[in-house]
Design a protein around this ligand. Structure first.
Ligand code: FA5
Ligand code: MG
Length: 320
């Protein structure tokens, strides 16, 4: 169990060591926080897989803070925590079954994670979704039905042979998973918004103390929501400069660096294509809300003006 590995890793660890292709979007400065040209704030705990395997670890967990320029909403935050799990199966373990090694490992993985979900939540509605990760094949995501929607809580799969070979494991197979710890806590305690983990409001923090978790969710104290401060909605419409260049993440990053924690959601509410000029216009709704206090109109207007200005100067859009 590793929980103190440094969050600044090389691009090699974060990407190459787990076979992320050169042209994969996650490598862009739009998605990942670069510290220097060849170091980043890790965007997943998978960055440590290869070096731990090389050290001879065969069964391990890694917990840590991870960082991403991501969507802004109730289940995404630019810093969150993951727990990585890896288990290597020896040739001998693999030969004890009739199944093809990959099928066996995949079955083991799924039943272990279903067992974990049952241990944590008791009866819970879950489903497996086929996924893609460069470092596993087959790959899956596990979703849990929470607050009327399917919430993705983890990604996993059978580790690519190439990674194992890189750690001199030739006859072995392995599974790996990476789960979002805030998301698990949200389901466990009924926490509706990921930003609550960052509030200083005692109405939140006083509701939790070490050791209050009960396996299977039995008699567990759920989060009692208190009335939220009112939201403030601001729409911004603009013509895109060049359709292929603008990304929603660019906008999110501008909003985040301007309004920080005060932004709850950034959502595309209208897209319009003018066939005559071949121009595209987007309208985004930005929801401002503080978890800790009431925001004033003046404050929001100032933030919104800054966002509008940055959209023009940084992204070259034309405001409507
Ligand atoms: C990964 O990060 C893979 N490294 C997981 C993995 C490990 C796959 C080993 C296979 C083998 P993904 O990007 O889906 O995958 O993130 C994993 C989990 O982190 C998600 O299921 C979700 O629970 C959580 N997560 C992702 N982005 C955010 C975010 N912005 N805020 C909060 N939680 C997030
Ligand atoms: Mg995912």
């Amino acid at each position: 169990m590793f929980d103190d590995l440094h969050p600044i890793v090389s691009t090699h660890e974060n990407f190459d060591s787990v076979l992320v292709p050169q042209d994969h979007v996650s490598r862009s400065k739009n998605d990942t926080y670069y510290v220097t040209e060849d170091t980043v704030l890790r965007c997943h705990t998978s960055a440590h897989q290869l070096s731990l395997l090389k050290q001879g670890e065969k069964k391990f967990l890694v917990t840590g803070d991870v960082y991403r320029r991501d969507t802004i909403d109730a289940t995404h935050f630019p810093v969150f925590h993951q727990m990585e799990g890896v288990r290597v199966f020896t040739k001998c373990e693999l030969s004890s079954t009739e199944l093809a090694p990959q099928d066996f490992v995949s079955q083991e993985l799924k039943s272990m994670l279903e067992g974990l979900a049952k241990h944590l939540f008791g009866e819970v509605e879950l489903r497996w979704v086929d996924a893609y990760f460069p470092f596993t094949d087959p790959s899956y995501e596990l979703e849990i039905f929470f607050n009327g929607e399917w919430l993705e809580v983890l990604g996993c799969g059978v580790m690519q042979k190439q990674i194992l070979n890189g750690a001199s494991l030739v006859d072995e197979e392995a599974w790996a998973f990476g789960l979002g710890l805030e998301r698990l806590a949200m389901v466990l305690f009924d926490i509706p918004d990921i930003r609550l983990f960052w509030t200083n409001d005692e109405r939140f923090s006083k509701q939790f103390k070490a050791g209050m978790f009960r396996s299977g969710g039995h008699n567990m104290q759920k989060f009692k929501s208190y009335s939220k401060y009112p939201p403030c909605y601001k729409d911004v419409s603009f013509w895109l400069p060049n359709v292929s260049k603008f990304t929603e993440n660019d906008l999110c990053e501008i909003v985040r660096s301007t309004a920080g924690n005060l932004v709850e959601e950034v959502k595309l509410i209208d897209e319009f294509h003018n066939p005559k000029t071949n121009q595209v216009s987007n309208c985004y709704r930005i929801t401002y809300r503080s978890m800790d206090r009431s925001l004033t109109d003046e404050e929001i207007n100032t933030l919104q003006d800054c966002v509008r200005e940055a959209l023009v100067t940084s992204l070259g859009v034309t405001l409507r």
